[in-house]
Design a protein around this ligand. Structure first.
Ligand SMILES: NC(=O)c1ccc[n+]([C@@H]2O[C@H](COP(=O)([O-])OP(=O)(O)OC[C@H]3O[C@@H](n4cnc5c(N)ncnc54)[C@H](O)[C@@H]3O)[C@@H](O)[C@H]2O)c1
Length: 668
């Protein structure tokens, strides 16, 4: 079995055509994409796809690819899907000459594992359109390159397409990934539809096209922190979330973490999900407690849970608009509210309008996109009206970075603040993540044990916990809550059974925490306590990696939130300071054209080189963003930067002088 797998990887694109594969109806598939190409462009798309194959196969494949384009709006090359199971097997199973490249194979395999990926056969990990590759030929070729490359080469990837392996050197990244990079004027949603259908660009989301997705655990942690801190925001007398109600939507890739996070935070949660199979998947995984199909039944069970003050998570299989409206009619008080439909992708399966079934929507978005758009607009107006009624009674509603406020405003919903500039509600980054975490350098640091052994993960948990407890002894009061939340998280991580796929862990840490944890891991690999290298990484949703005016940088108020210098500087800086792979993406979370985000992966193999690299790179990877946030006059960041400059004598950052508002106001 292992030998067959290794041979198949080394073969790359097979020279003889494999048998046609049946379309597996038991799996979750991407919806049919919009028919956007002209006839000439369709010809071009087919010609583009055929570039991967020997001419002798063109006759057969040209017809097949034309059919795929007609049936699905994209050419996925289903026939070339490998027969072996794609999963994060242990690193030594991947054929390789470079350990770093083998670790990358493990990571990208995890992104395509059936237990992880949202639409595995379309090579989509999460978010409806977050692609690892555009087609199966790219997957096969990339695996072959990774299996055969050395530490003196770098693989260059253009939006899923492996351009090739080029000579470089051992300190250079093994892989450089760009996803969806376009000339700025060509970054409208339909541009993505077109370029992706042509096979020349892809939407890599954040951790999909950068091989850093670790299943919903990554997001459970962020969501737990968000719900806990939202709870602190609404807490009147220091009480916790017991007996309080959180209403939201989405049980997809990231949103599926909400009920689990709700349980950890101790709240009663209701998550609406229109796609029955997505809801069932989370229920089977044990991430949500109760599945309910009838809205009246939901009302009565939620009332009961409130009465019993019982922490419980409900999945409502249906439309979120129906929940908001029913709870309003029934006068059911909602303490916390949000939304995690994929509104970054409103016209192609990210948002399902009320009044249409799941199937009716899927049909209409492909066959009558203009009418579908009208439905979405009407639905967003209804949803906003219902939410407004709840917030008038005291519900705290926050945008969850899914472009809900933005799309509701574009739909003409009553969502603007009376000043006509801001929205009525803040985003979770403006209120919670930005000022409480990012400005202090705390962000979603993560690691994966490439031995794929649970006992290695357990040891890394202990090491990380020890490091954080040591740091906390001398931490200033400003970051004590963050440290305490993360120590509590890591202590409960095993018990909460968060691993799906690779042996991965996430926690929020600042530059000092990340570096000290990484150093300790590298030592444990060196002395054999850990059985194989550890991969470090992070979500792009972090302090420095992402410029996104409606999300990560929404709490930047000096006018620079629409610039992307920070994200670009970050990826360049990471790449020459020792990252094993780097990536930079257009679009992720909030949508194509709305964000530039980047990330890294770093392999800790126990060597002195790894020790040198981790210190150089992690320092920059956090302090770049802190410096920018401090320059934007953010209090927490100015505090964190002053501390860092004291700790690090050869760091000198331009510090802002703060003008008095009264002086400026007096000028006008
Ligand atoms: N969890 C986080 O920390 C986080 C952070 C930032 C942004 N986001 C954003 O949240 C959104 C969701 O991410 P995801 O990965 O879960 O996407 P996803 O597409 O996998 O899941 C969204 C789910 O919402 C469901 N849905 C759509 N319209 C609905 C409706 N009207 N009623 C009920 N269900 C509906 C879909 O069927 C789908 O399963 C994205 O826009 C993402 O960028 C999440």
């Amino acid at each position: 079995m292992l030998k067959e797998f290794q041979q198949a990887v080394l073969q790359g694109i097979p020279s003889e055509l494999p048998a046609v594969k049946e379309y597996d109806k038991t799996l979750n598939h991407a919806p049919k994409r919009k028919d956007i190409l002209s006839e000439n462009e369709k010809k071009l798309a087919i010609k583009n796809a055929l570039r991967y194959f020997d001419k002798k196969h063109h006759n057969v494949l040209a017809k097949e690819f034309k059919q795929e384009l007609e049936d699905y709006g994209r050419i996925y090359m289903y026939r070339f899907r490998p027969n072996y199971k794609i999963t994060a097997r242990k690193i030594s199973d991947f054929p390789h000459k470079s350990t770093q490249a083998a670790a990358i194979m493990l990571m990208l395999s995890n992104n395509l594992d059936y237990a992880i990926a949202q639409h595995p056969h379309e090579l989509i990990t999460y978010g409806g359109n977050g692609s690892v590759f555009q087609n199966w030929a790219q997957y096969l070729l990339t695996m072959k390159y990774l299996a055969t490359m050395t530490d003196e080469q770098t693989l260059v990837m253009y939006s899923g397409h492996p351009m090739g392996i080029f000579p470089s050197h051992k300190d250079a990244p093994r892989v450089i990934v760009t996803n969806g990079m376009v000339v700025p004027n060509y970054s409208k949603p339909d541009d993505w539809e077109k370029f992706n259908a042509l096979g020349v660009s892809q939407y890599g989301q954040m951790t999909a096209g950068s091989f850093m997705y670790i299943g919903p655990q990554g997001i459970v942690h962020g969501t737990t922190i968000t719900v806990l801190n939202a709870g602190r925001k609404i807490s009147k007398n220091g009480e916790d979330l017991t007996g309080k109600l959180f209403v939201t939507s989405g049980l997809g890739g990231m949103s599926g973490a909400q009920p689990k996070a709700g349980n950890i935070a101790g709240v009663i949660s209701v998550t609406a999900e229109i796609n029955e199979s997505a809801a069932k998947k989370r229920h089977e995984q044990g991430w949500v407690d109760v599945l309910i199909y009838d809205v009246n039944e939901l009302v009565s069970q939620v009332k009961q849970a409130k009465q019993d003050m019982k922490t419980l998570s409900f999945a409502y299989v249906g439309n979120i608009v129906d929940v908001w409206e029913a709870f309003e009619q029934e006068n059911l008080f909602v303490d916390l509210g949000s939304d995690q439909t994929s509104l970054h992708n409103p016209w192609a399966g990210g948002y399902y309008p009320v009044g249409l079934s799941f199937e009716e929507s899927n049909y209409m978005m492909a066959n009558n996109p203009a009418k579908f758009k009208e439905y979405v607009h009407k639905s967003l107006i209804r949803q906003t009206n219902a939410i407004n009624k709840h917030t008038a009674k005291g519900t705290y509603f926050f945008d969850y970075g899914n472009a809900f406020l933005l799309e509701a405003s574009r739909a003409g919903a009553d969502i603007m603040h009376e000043d006509g500039i801001r929205f009525k509600y803040n985003s979770y980054v403006q209120d919670i993540m930005g000022p409480m975490c990012f400005d202090y350098g705390f962000g979603p640091f993560r690691w994966v044990c490439t031995s794929s052994k649970p006992e290695d993960l357990l040891l890394t948990d202990q090491i990380a916990c020890d490091v954080l407890e040591e740091i906390m002894k001398t931490s200033p009061k400003e970051i004590q809550q963050q440290m305490a939340d993360n120590i509590q998280w890591i202590k409960g991580a095993q018990e909460n059974k968060l691993v799906v796929g690779s042996q991965a862990r996430i926690l929020y840490a600042d530059a000092e925490g990340r570096t000290k944890i990484a150093e300790a891991f590298n030592k444990a690999v060196a002395d054999g306590r850990l059985h194989a290298p550890v991969v470090l990484g992070r979500d792009h949703h972090d302090v420095s990696g992402t410029d996104s005016p409606y999300r990560e940088t929404s709490n930047i108020y000096d006018g620079s939130s629409f610039t992307a210098d920070m994200a670009i500087q970050n990826v360049i800086g990471d790449s020459f300071r020792g990252a094993t792979w780097v990536s930079i993406h257009n679009g992720g979370g909030v949508g194509w054209g709305e964000v530039i985000n980047g990330g890294f992966g770093m392999v800790l193999d126990g060597s002195d080189d790894a020790d040198r690299r981790l210190k150089a790179m992690l320092f920059w990877d956090v302090n770049n963003g802190i410096s920018r946030r401090a320059w934007a006059r953010n209090d927490g960041a100015m505090f964190a930067l002053k501390r860092e400059m004291k700790r690090t004598p050869n760091l000198q950052v331009t510090f802002p002088n703060l003008a008095d508002d009264s002086l400026i106001d007096g000028l006008f």
